[in-house]
Ligand binder design. Structure first.
Ligand code: CP
Length: 303
């Protein structure tokens, strides 16, 4: 039995197979419409979500399976004090696979250790968000045709943004990736990730100003400031609109630069950018369904 806790749980060859399958599902959805007949996905979300939970539910439904779960810890027995370990042992009796989001870092890992079914980390605190990373990689591979040889800017809340942490880990395995980290001083990439890049001799730079680096980027991965992870509301208010990507800034960017964002967006990308052909964030959300369909099939041994 296999779980997904980190994007590094799959080798790059396995990821290629997963992305090939996701592209095939996109091209030929009817072929997979009954692939999960009789299977049940449990979505256990102890934290809010729109995309991750609903794209998992859409993915399983499109595969012919069914979905059970909860979208709020307060509507589960967690509100009565039940542990994640006990919950997953029970869910293992009801479902064939589980996607879990939890505010505590490592909670899905604790669940996986006691689970009788595959567990997918659907986001744990400020730590990792592997299925968003699969979505990001599939989007880049499909739209750019490769996962190597590019300069990617990651902009915004690089301290608390778990999608950023997972994506850096995942991209660090591909050839000739240059990272440009764009954040206010207070929201820099955590030291443990910087150390990892240094150890692997992967080039990166850290800057505060977006306009200075925009012309050099092949991709810009924007992120919102993670309000829910701040201890102090004053700090959040001071930093929340630090970056706003607008038409004027986009004039500095390459003509084929992709703009990615895991969403939800707050103010960091002006809505006027949505019609720019370089804006790929809604396509990215669509790819999230195909890659989760491919992941469910793979973890259930049905691929
Ligand atoms: N990208 C993402 O994780 O979105 P949700 O929080 O809506 O699931």
């Amino acid at each position: 039995m296999r779980h997904l806790m980190s994007p590094l749980d799959f080798t790059t060859d396995e990821l290629d197979k997963l992305f090939d399958l996701a592209n095939e599902i996109e091209a030929n959805p009817t072929k997979y419409a009954h692939a999960c007949d009789g299977k049940i996905l449990a979505t256990c979300f102890y934290e809010p979500s729109t995309r991750t939970r609903l794209s998992f539910e859409s993915a399983m439904t499109r595969l012919g399976g069914r979905v059970i779960g909860f979208s709020d810890a307060n509507s589960s027995s967690a509100a009565k004090g039940e542990s994640v370990s006990d919950t997953i042992r029970v869910i293992s009796c009801y479902a064939d696979i589980c996607a879990m989001r939890h505010p505590k870092e490592g909670a899905p890992m604790v669940a996986a250790e006691r689970s009788g079914i595959p567990v997918i980390n659907a986001g744990d605190g400020g730590h990792q968000h592997p299925t968003q990373t699969l979505t990001d990689l599939l989007t880049i591979r499909t739209l750019k045709g490769r996962l190597n040889n590019f300069t990617i800017g990651l902009c915004g809340d690089l301290k608390f943004g778990r999608t950023v942490h997972s994506l850096i880990h995942a991209l660090s395995r591909y050839e000739n990736i240059n990272f440009v980290f764009i954040s206010p001083e207070e929201l820099r990439v955590p030291d443990y990730i910087i150390e990892l890049l240094k150890e692997k001799n992967i080039p990166f730079e850290e800057v505060v100003r977006l306009d200075e680096v925009l012309p050099s980027l092949d991709m810009l991965y924007m992120t919102r400031v993670q309000k829910e992870r701040f201890f102090n509301e004053e700090d959040y208010i001071r930093l929340k609109d630090f970056y706003i990507l607008n038409t004027e800034k986009m004039q500095l960017a390459k003509e084929d630069m992709l703009v990615l964002h895991p969403l939800p967006r707050v103010n960091e990308i002006s809505v006027e950018i949505d019609d720019d052909p370089r804006a790929a964030y809604f396509k990215q959300a669509q790819y999230g369904v195909y890659v989760r369909m491919a992941l469910i099939l793979t973890l259930l041994g049905l691929a």
